[in-house]
Design a binder for this molecule. Structure first.
Ligand SMILES: NC(=O)c1ccc[n+]([C@@H]2O[C@H](COP(=O)([O-])OP(=O)(O)OC[C@H]3O[C@@H](n4cnc5c(N)ncnc54)[C@H](OP(=O)(O)O)[C@@H]3O)[C@@H](O)[C@H]2O)c1
Length: 324
């Protein structure tokens, strides 16, 4: 039986309901995928609540990363065949057992990487790739502050930064999360629910501040994040798990001639060359053993509402997977 989880209007997790459907046939340039594992991301919460505008009026299927097996291809498809294991990240329509997708968005999963690992890491891993390589070109010389370090993106970023020789400072909301992040590559961790993270970052950097802050928490951390920067430092704001930073003013940057950027993954993945190159870097790092994808929560697809409750209550660490 094919089914998806739909939201009929913006709202709480209880609004995610099961809907059965007939499996469609792929059109030109498309393939049919039977999903084997689907990633849960904070992005899904932004769409569910309506913080991000809906691309349809109702019956929005959330979910933006998944892996599976190709079950049908349109006759004009080159490079993919029935039976291939593939993975993708694209906004919405992934909370489903089967889906039709344009082949330009999928990549093959290499041997040695499981469907679950691929589904858990493609959105968060490609995000980490652009954060470290495009939004700011990190080298071993740079100092970094990375918020929500024990989360899905955070645990991947910690290990990736370590592989680049970066001694990153991270933040997280409990001491247990701080210990987990240390195991995943961070040099120093700050429990920002217990300690003033700005004061601690300034101490740890001998009064200088960091070259770059990666801030996906937003409202609660934004003013402090700017105060952690050294002169000419960069703030990369790539999310708002605590709410949007609405009081930002350009004049705030004058304090230290700072730069600020607000990137979105899908502006990078729209370039097929970038997608292939970044995916290869991600998979190579996993195969080399430098990057372990921590999948710390599993749910059946039809219990996705519970996964959203846990994510919003800050009760998850690492990645969360739905199993169809
Ligand atoms: N722009 C992009 O292209 C892009 C792409 C991917 C992800 N993102 C963003 O990256 C961030 C991380 O995504 P993720 O899916 O890996 O999520 P996640 O980090 O696993 O979960 C979010 C974390 O944010 C922290 N947080 C702080 N204040 C919070 C609050 N009021 N409510 C809920 N959580 C709060 C919590 O960690 P603590 O308890 O440790 O504080 C929580 O675990 C999200 O903001 C997401 O939107 C952006």
């Amino acid at each position: 039986m094919a089914y998806c989880m739909i939201a009929t209007k913006p709202g709480g997790p209880e609004g995610l309901i099961k809907k059965e459907f007939e499996i469609p046939t792929p059109g030109s340039g498309e393939v049919l995928i039977r999903h084997t594992a689907i990633g849960v991301n904070f992005l899904d919460v932004y769409f569910r609540t309506g913080l991000y505008p809906w691309p349809v009026n109702d019956n929005l299927v959330l979910g933006s990363e998944a892996a599976g097996v190709i079950e049908a291809v349109s006759p004009d498809i080159k490079g993919f065949s029935i039976g291939d294991r593939v993975v993708y990240t694209l906004p919405n329509n992934a909370y489903t057992t089967h889906r039709i997708i344009d082949a330009q968005h999928i990549v093959l999963i290499p041997d040695g990487i499981s469907d679950e690992t691929a589904a858990a890491s493609i959105l968060k891993g490609l995000t980490t790739y652009y954060l470290l390589h495009n939004s700011f070109k990190l080298t071993g010389e740079h100092t970094v502050l990375f918020h929500a370090a024990a989360g899905g993106v955070g645990l991947i970023a910690g290990q990736w930064m370590k592989s680049l020789g970066i001694k990153a400072i991270g933040t997280a909301g409990t001491d247990e999360k701080c210990s987990l992040a240390i195991e995943h590559g961070y040099m120093h961790m700050i429990n920002y629910n217990r300690e003033d993270f700005v004061k601690r970052v300034i101490e740890l950097t001998n009064g200088v501040g960091v070259d770059v802050v990666y801030d996906s928490v937003g409202k609660d951390t934004y003013p402090g994040s700017l105060n952690c920067l050294k002169k000419f430092g960069t703030m990369v704001n790539f999310g708002q798990s605590s709410g949007s930073a609405t009081d930002f003013k350009l004049a705030d940057l004058a304090v230290g001639s700072y730069s600020v950027t607000r990137p979105i993954l899908y502006h990078f993945t729209a370039d097929r060359g970038w997608l292939e190159n970044a995916s290869k870097s991600l998979f190579d790092l996993i195969l080399k053993g430098d990057l372990n994808i921590s999948i710390n929560q599993h749910f059946p697809l039809d219990q996705v509402a519970e996964s959203h409750r846990m994510l919003e209550a800050r009760k998850t660490t690492g990645c969360t997977i739905l199993l169809p």
